[in-house]
Design a protein around this ligand. Structure first.
Ligand code: SAM
Length: 294
């Protein structure tokens, strides 16, 4: 370890008070290692003050596997034997907060303006419709897209319509594909939509209807890795994902999105994200909705 790293870690330890009576020892160096590993593998940058959060998220793994310290756990995930556990570590460190119809104005725009344009294009280019939910978490976003399409397109069966939903967190991809949620997930959804597109599942759960589930393919995909799909997409939703990426990673990502969108295609990003100083290939239409212009 260099002197600079040691000095930085000492500074960090001063910023993040470490409770004395912790079950597992977790040094500033251990945290620095996990931060660097997460950034390198996922693009996600954790701030210097997130050490306690990381402790809380990983402590149950250490307990389950019988480790006494983070040092031991880090050595394990770096070994051949610990390769599967590394996936679990990454899953635990992603932030998956989401909900149905989050930032609803994006779904309103999709159901009206965007679909109108896509339909107009379809008369010349066949009835093909492709939407990508990139960083889909547990599926609420792509299902909100699916419901929007079903509501706005009574003739959807005559279309080749598909939604791709991807995430780096394998547990989220599994949950999305299952499409089962607690009944509380319906809070705030208008009753007519809840009734039409959700069904009771067991005693206290709900599940998306077959039509909505049939529109979506859920897949594991690392946004900073290789992408197998060729597109083109009519719209991409990448919301509340890049807030954790540095500017260079964002630059590369939005360039790749522009390459995969049809001319004039739509890009929806999260409320606290923006493309200023990142790319000039999109025009802002308002409320974090962008159109590809180049
Ligand atoms: C806060 S959630 C946002 C979910 C949804 N888009 C929304 O706005 O409600 C961010 C998601 O991005 C995913 N993510 C983070 N880094 C990623 C990467 N490099 N590749 C793919 N997904 C990633 C996380 O696993 C997480 O599920």
């Amino acid at each position: 370890m260099t002197v600079e790293t040691q000095a930085r870690n000492a500074k960090l330890a001063a910023i993040v008070p470490v409770p004395e009576d912790r079950e597992f020892s977790f040094s500033a160096d251990d945290y620095a290692f996990l931060r660097a590993m997460l950034k390198q593998r996922t693009g996600i940058e954790l701030g210097p003050t997130k050490q306690n959060m990381v402790y809380a998220r990983l402590a149950k793994r250490l307990r389950k596997l019988g480790f006494k310290s983070f040092r031991q756990y880090i050595e394990f995930i770096g070994s051949e034997e610990g390769r599967d556990e590394l996936g679990t570590t990454l899953n635990a460190l992603t932030t998956n907060l989401t909900k149905f119809f989050r930032e609803n104005h994006h779904f309103e725009h999709l159901g009206s303006t965007a679909l109108q344009e896509i339909r107009a294009r379809a008369t010349t280019q066949g009835r093909r419709l492709r939407i990508w939910s990139a960083g889909c978490s547990s599926g609420e976003e792509p299902y909100s897209i699916a419901i929007t399409l079903l509501r706005a397109m009574p003739d959807i069966k005559q279309w080749d319509a598909k939604i791709l939903a991807t995430d780096i967190d394998t547990e989220m991809v599994r949950r999305g594909a299952e499409g089962v949620y607690s009944a509380a997930a319906l809070d705030g959804i208008p009753p007519d939509i809840a009734k039409k597109y959700f069904e009771l599942y067991g005693a206290d759960k709900i599940r998306l209807c077959d039509e909505a589930r049939g529109l979506i393919s859920f897949k594991y995909l690392n946004l900073i890795g290789d992408w197998p799909m060729k597109g083109p997409f009519d719209a991409i939703f990448c919301r509340n994902v890049v807030i954790y990426f540095d500017k260079d990673t964002q630059r590369t990502l939005f360039d790749r999105y522009a390459n995969l969108l049809v001319p004039g295609g739509f890009l929806y990003i999260g409320h606290s994200e923006n493309l200023f100083g990142i790319t000039e290939r999109f025009k802002l239409l308002g409320r974090n909705i962008h159109r590809k212009i180049a």
